[in-house]
Design a protein around this ligand. Sequence first.
Ligand code: ATP
Ligand code: MG
Length: 308
Amino acid sequence: MDAVLSIRDLAVEFKTDTGVTRALVDVGFEVPRGQVTAIVGESGSGKSVTANCIMRLIQPPGRIVGGTIDFVPQGAPPFEIVSLAKRDPRLLELHGGLISMVFQEPMTALSPVYTVGNQVAEAILCHRDVSRRQAWRESAEMFERVGLDDIERRMHMYPFEFSGGMRQRVVIAMALVCHPEVLICDEPTTALDVTIQAEILTLIKDLQRELGNSVIFITHDLGVVAQIADQVVVMYQGRVLEIGTVRQVLKDPAHPYTRGLLAAIPGLAPKGQPLATIASVVRDADIETPHPLRRLADGRRVSLPADG
Ligand SMILES: Nc1ncnc2c1ncn2[C@@H]1O[C@H](COP(=O)(O)OP(=O)(O)OP(=O)(O)O)[C@@H](O)[C@H]1O
Ligand SMILES: [Mg+2]
C-alpha cells in the first residue's frame, strides 16, 4: 500500500490526580495516500488523541510514551513525527501546510476580529512566498471551490456575519489553501444542523477527489463513515479494534463492538431505495437507513434524520 502515514505501536498517557490514564495503547494503522480514512469510535476512545499525535499537539499532562508515525509526503523528504525535536524545522513544515486540521467548532480556527478574506490570505502569506495580491486571488479561488458565492463581498465580512456552515467552509478553505498532503477533520460537522452537515461532508469528499489529498476523518457516526470513507479504523478504549475498507467494516464487521455500533444506527439505506453514496460501496449489503433520502441543493441525495 502507498501509505502517506504509517502509525505503529503508538502509546499515549495522561498523568492525572488519580493516576495514569492510558489514552492510546499500541495504536497502529496506515493512511493510504489519496483516500479518506475514517476513525470511528465512541466518546473517549482516543480518536482526537490519535489526531493530535500526528500533529504533535499532545500537551502535558499528556505524553507520547511509545510508537512511531512515519510520514511520507510527496513534496518533502519522509520523516518520523514522534521523534522530531521541538525545534526541528520539519515540525514547522508539518504545521505549516503539510498537514492541516479542521475542528468541530469553526471559531477555534477563526479570529473574530479579522475579515475571513484576510484570514485565508494570511494563511497563504504565512507559509508561502507570494505577493498579497496573489494570496488574495488564491483565497478568492478557494472560497469559490468551497461553495461560497458573492465572494468579493463575503471576503470582506467577519466570521460573526456568517452562519455555522459558512464558517466551516471558510475553515476548510483556510485548511486547503496551502495544499496539505493530509487533511485531518475532527468531527467537523457535529456542531452543524443535519442538512448543512451533509453539505459539508459532500464538500470534503468532492475536494478530496479533486485535489487528490489524503483525508483522516474522525467521527462517531457510522452513517457518516459510509458516506465519506474508503478505509475505516474502529477504535475502542484507546485501541484499534478493526481496520478495513468501508465495505468490509459495514457489511461484515469482524468485531462485536463494530456490530454494536452498526446496530445503533437502525440501518443505512431504505429497502428498495439504496442510498447512492452507500450503495456504491456496499452494493449488496443488507443495511437500511433510518432516515428518508433528501435532495441537497445540488441535486445529490443523502440520508438525513428529520429536522430538529
Ligand atoms: N487533557 C486530558 N487530560 C486527561 N486525560 C485526557 C485528556 N485528553 C484526553 N484524555 C484521555 O484520553 C482519552 C481519549 O480522548 P480523546 O479526546 O481522544 O477521545 P475521542 O475519541 O476524541 O472522544 P470524543 O468523541 O468525545 O471527541 C480520554 O478518554 C481521556 O482518558
Ligand atoms: Mg474527539
